[in-house]
Design a protein around this ligand. Structure first.
Ligand code: ATP
Length: 353
């Protein structure tokens, strides 16, 4: 726990928050008028003896949204999530969950919120059932209601067949499902999941993704951190990027793929020798040949404007290249993230450590 008991104290000596705001690019989904955000973070700072883990971040998440929290190791994700989950105090700033202040009313917040840490603790000598029963008792469930809650959670996470298995005999994927089950016992409105997919094999990741989508369909708000950007893009309504304790982007995966885009990669297939496309690409304006492929070629167009892309295709047809497919590559989220970071560095705004 921290050295402060308030989330509204004066921020420490850090860059002023308006300067920090100018570092971010954002198309954050708006919160509809009159709707209380599921999570609202305003000017949040957290320092640990001179380490500025979180530096003046603000964001709001509408109820029912699945939002990905993305950043490198040490970017400040866990620190932010722990403060939202009432497990740590901010150095300054204010956090509300479903309109309830996390410092003033932590117990009320806990009743609305399920927290899944990146490690499910040291309960290895318990069975799955004992573990869930322990937490259900701690949450105040008694008798039939407790049995029902545990049964529901075990059915949802597909752990009912493993009720008597010791936790230290679970695979990583089963363990993550158990941890999710624990977070769901009290049927919370908001779920905070810290790196739930870390270390999972592809099958377990697909299963977890499926469970998260079901929870979203039930109307729960899910705030989920991960390093695996492509997966978050598929699963989340929006993505929140954090870098060195500052938010650098909040928007949909699509807006991120569009943002700062200056060129387009296209895979061309044609009913001819790929060399013919290669020859054409080396002569055509706005086009660079990247490589020839089995079916044709991969080319780069020096614009992301639809008119320019359409003109390239038209020219190719006019020049008698027998095009059978002209497929624009989707920009990878990782590339977009790196572009945003490069823009920030190029803008000359120092990121203070
Ligand atoms: P990861 O992806 O590696 O889990 P993260 O984005 O979750 O990283 P945090 O765990 O929030 O990052 O850490 C942010 C910074 O704060 C790091 O520099 C970390 O070393 C520091 N930090 C976090 N907790 C503490 C603590 N209790 N005491 C001192 N420093 C801390």
């Amino acid at each position: 726990m921290s050295d402060t008991d308030s989330t509204t104290s004066t921020p420490p000596e850090l860059p002023d928050s308006s300067a920090l705001a100018s570092l971010s690019s954002s198309e954050a989904p708006p919160i509809p008028e009159g709707v209380t955000p599921a999570i609202e973070v305003e000017g949040l700072y957290r320092s640990f003896l001179g380490v500025h883990a979180v530096r003046g971040i603000s964001f709001a998440i509408a109820p029912g949204q699945v939002v990905g929290f993305v950043g490198a190791n040490g970017a400040g994700k866990t620190t932010t999530m722990r403060i939202i989950s009432t497990l740590d105090y901010a150095t300054a700033g204010r956090v509300q969950v479903c309109g309830i202040d996390v410092v003033q009313y932590p117990n009320k917040v806990r009743s609305k919120l399920g927290w899944m840490p990146d490690d499910y603790g040291t309960y290895h000598n318990m069975t799955v059932l004992e573990y869930l029963d322990f937490f259900a008792r701690a949450l105040g469930y008694r008798g039939e209601e407790r049995r029902e809650r545990i049964e529901e959670v075990m059915a949802f996470t597909d752990l009912d067949k493993l009720a008597d298995r010791l936790i230290n005999k679970l695979s990583k994927g089963m363990g993550q499902r158990l941890c999710l089950g624990r977070a769901l016992i009290h049927d919370p409105e908001v779920l905070i999941l810290d790196e739930p997919a870390a270390g999972l094999d592809p099958k377990a990741r697909v299963e977890l993704k499926h469970l998260i989508r079901i929870l979203a369909e039930e109307g729960k708000t899910v705030f989920i951190s991960s390093h695996i950007l492509s997966e978050l893009g598929e699963m989340c309504d929006s993505l929140l990027f954090i870098n060195q304790g500052q938010i650098i982007h909040h928007g949909s995966a699509d807006s991120l793929k569009r943002s700062s885009e200056t060129h387009t990669f296209v895979n061309v297939s044609a009913n001819c020798d790929p060399q013919r496309i290669a020859n054409w690409a080396t002569m055509a304006p706005n086009v660079t040949l990247i490589e020839t492929t089995k079916e044709g070629a991969r080319i780069e167009i020096d614009s992301a404007e639809p008119e320019v892309i359409a003109t390239v295709l038209k020219r190719m047809i006019n020049d008698d290249v027998p095009v059978t497919d002209f497929h624009q590559e989707e920009r990878k989220l990782e590339d977009a993230f790196i572009d945003i970071l490069s823009e920030i560095e190029a803008s000359g705004e120092a990121i203070v450590s």
